[in-house]
Design a protein around this ligand. Structure first.
Ligand code: URP
Ligand code: ZN
Ligand code: ZN
Length: 462
C-alpha cells in the first residue's frame, strides 16, 4: 500500500514548508516538492497542514481506580484519540500492592492487544518496591517500559514514601529510565480532607478546596530534591499551579534535568467553572484539582518559555451516572479523573495557536515531538521525516467543531468542555501508513495498534 499526500504545508517542531510526502507501507519514504509517483492513494492536502500524529503520554484506559474502572477501554479510548489527531498513547499499567510489575504488564498487554486502534506504550505505576524486587525495574526497561510513575498522594492506595522514590530514582539514574511524579503532599491533604468532612463539607467542590497549591508546590520541590540527590532526571505529571511551576523553573535555572507537563483542563478551566448547583461539579473532580483562574496565564507562559515541555491529557474518564455518582454524599468517594483524550490537539490549536499564545511549531513540539523525545519514541514518532512512521495528520485549520458529549467518540456521558466551539480539526488521519479516519469516518479496526517498545529517556533526549 502506498499513499501520496500532495500540496500540504508540513509543520514539525522545527520546520514549516510546502512539499509532497510519499508513504510506502508503514513509513515515510520520500519528501519533496512536485512528486510525480504512482501511488495507491493520492490525497490533495491543499490549504491544510500536514503534521506528525499527536502523542498523548498520559492516559488511563480501562483502569481500576476509586472503586470503579475508567470507562474508556483501549478500543473506545484509542479511537477517540485518533478522532482528535492523536496516533500514539502511553498508558499507565498499575502494579497492585504485593504483586510484581510483570503481572501488571501482562494484564495491561491483554487489555490493549485486541483493542487498540493506534500504537501504544506503557509506563509502570510503582506502588510497591521492596529491595528484593529492584530488578523488576530493569526487567521493565528491557521490555520497553522506560518510565515509572510514583505517587506522593493517595496514602494507603498509591502513595509511596520518600525512601522508595529515592531508591527508584537511584535505579533510573543507572538505567536511563525516567521517573514521572504525581507531586502532591498526600498526608497533609488527607488531614485537611478529614477536617473538611468533620465540618460537614461533603460537596464535590471540597475536593478542590482541600488540595492547596502549596501541597503541590511542596511535593514538586521535594521530588526535585530527591532526584538531585539521586542524580536522576524527573518529569512532573499534570502540573496545575503557579506554585508548582515556580519550583520547576527554579530547578531548571540551576540546570537540573527537571521536566513537566500540563493538561488542557488546567489551561482552559478553573475554580470559576465549579460551584454549580447539585452534583454537577463532580464532572470536574480530578487530581490535582482546578485552580484559581490566574494560574492559567502562568501555565501558558510556562509552555511558551519551556518550563513546561509537554501537554498531555491525563485522560481518566468516569461516567457521571453511576460512576461519579458514587460520591453523591461524600466527595472523597467520587472517582478522580476527567475525559480529554479526544480534544487535546483542537484545544491547543484553537486556544494556543489561534489565540497567538504559541506558534504552530510549538504546538507540534508540545503535543507530538517532545513527548516522543522524552519517552524514547523519536524519530520513529513525533516528526515528519524520511524513515519515520507514517503517523500523519492532515489538519484543517478552518474546520469548526463544537465539543459535545453528543458527538464525541469517548465512552463517557459528559464532556468537560461541553458546548465549546473550536476552529481547527482533523481532516485525515494515518497510523503507520494506514488511513484510519477520512471524512469523519473511522476506517481502522480494533487490534491494529501495535505495542511500542520504547528507548530510554537518556537515549532519546538531547
Ligand atoms: O484525577 C486523576 N488525575 N486521575 C488519574 C490518576 C492520576 O493521578 O493521574
Ligand atoms: Zn497522577
Ligand atoms: Zn493520570
Amino acid at each position: 500500500m502506498s499513499t501520496l499526500i500532495k500540496n500540504g504545508r508540513i509543520i514539525t517542531a522545527e520546520h514549516d514548508y510546502s512539499a509532497d510526502i510519499f508513504v510506502e507501507k508503514e513509513k515515510i519514504t520520500t519528501i519533496s516538492s512536485n512528486l510525480n509517483i504512482e501511488a495507491d492513494n493520492v490525497i490533495d492536502a491543499s490549504g491544510k497542514y500536514v503534521i506528525p500524529g499527536g502523542l498523548d503520554v498520559h492516559t488511563h484506559l480501562d483502569m481500576p481506580f476509586g472503586g470503579t474502572t475508567s470507562c474508556d477501554d483501549f478500543e473506545t479510548g484509542t479511537k477517540a484519540a485518533a478522532f482528535g489527531g492523536t496516533t500514539c498513547i502511553i498508558d499507565f499499567a498499575t502494579q497492585s500492592k504485593g504483586t510484581r510489575m510483570r503481572n501488571a504488564l501482562d494484564v495491561w498487554w491483554k487489555k490493549a492487544e485486541n483493542k487498540a486502534v493506534i500504537d501504544y506504550g506503557f509506563h509502570m505505576i510503582v506502588t510497591d518496591l521492596p529491595e528484593a524486587h529492584m530488578e523488576d525495574m530493569s526487567d521493565m526497561v528491557r521490555e520497553g517500559i522506560t518510565s515509572f510513575k510514583l505517587f506522593m498522594a493517595y496514602p494507603n492506595v498509591l502513595m509511596v514514601d520518600d525512601a522508595t522514590i529515592f531508591r527508584a530514582m537511584q535505579h533510573t539514574a543507572k538505567t536511563g529510565a525516567l521517573v514521572c511524579m504525581h507531586a502532591e503532599n498526600g498526608n497533609v491533604i488527607d488531614l485537611i480532607v478529614k477536617q473538611a468532612l468533620a465540618e460537614g463539607k461533603t460537596a464535590p467542590i471540597y475536593h478542590a478546596l482541600t488540595r492547596p497549591t502549596t501541597a503541590e508546590g511542596e511535593a514538586v520541590n521535594r521530588s526535585i530534591a530527591l532526584a538531585e540527590m539521586a542524580g536522576a532526571p524527573v518529569y512532573i505529571v499534570h502540573l496545575s499551579s503557579s506554585d508548582a511551576l515556580d519550583k520547576v523553573a527554579e530547578a531548571r535555572d540551576k540546570g537540573l534535568p527537571v521536566y513537566a507537563e500540563t493538561c488542557p483542563q488546567y489551561l482552559f478551566l478553573s475554580l470559576d467553572d465549579m460551584n454549580k448547583p447539585g452534583f454537577e461539579d463532580a464532572k470536574l473532580v480530578f487530581t490535582p484539582p482546578l485552580r484559581e483562574k490566574w494560574n492559567q496565564e502562568k501555565l501558558w507562559a510556562g509552555l511558551k518559555n519551556n518550563t513546561l515541555q509537554v501537554v498531555s491529557t491525563d485522560h481518566c474518564p468516569f461516567c457521571f451516572k453511576e460512576q461519579k455518582e458514587l460520591g453523591l454524599h461524600d466527595f472523597t468517594k467520587i472517582p478522580n479523573g476527567g475525559p480529554g483524550i479526544e480534544h487535546r490537539m483542537q484545544l491547543m490549536f484553537d486556544g494556543g495557536v489561534r489565540q497567538g499564545r504559541i506558534s504552530l511549531n510549538r504546538w507540534v513540539e508540545l503535543t507530538s515531538a517532545t513527548p516522543a523525545k522524552m519517552f524514547g519514541l523519536y524519530p520513529e514518532k513525533g516528526t515528519i521525516a524520511v524513515g519515520s512512521d507514517a503517523d500523519i495528520v492532515i489538519w484543517d485549520p478552518e474546520k469548526e467543531y463544537t465539543i459535545s458529549a453528543k458527538t464525541h467518540h469517548m465512552a463517557v456521558d459528559y464532556s468537560m468542555f461541553e458546548g465549546k466551539k473550536v476552529k481547527g480539526n482533523i481532516d485525515t488521519v494515518f497510523s503507520r501508513g494506514e488511513m484510519i479516519i477520512r471524512n469523519d469516518k473511522f476506517l481502522g479496526k480494533a487490534g491494529r495498534g501495535n505495542f511500542v517498545k520504547r528507548d530510554t529517556y537518556a537515549g532519546a533526549w538531547k
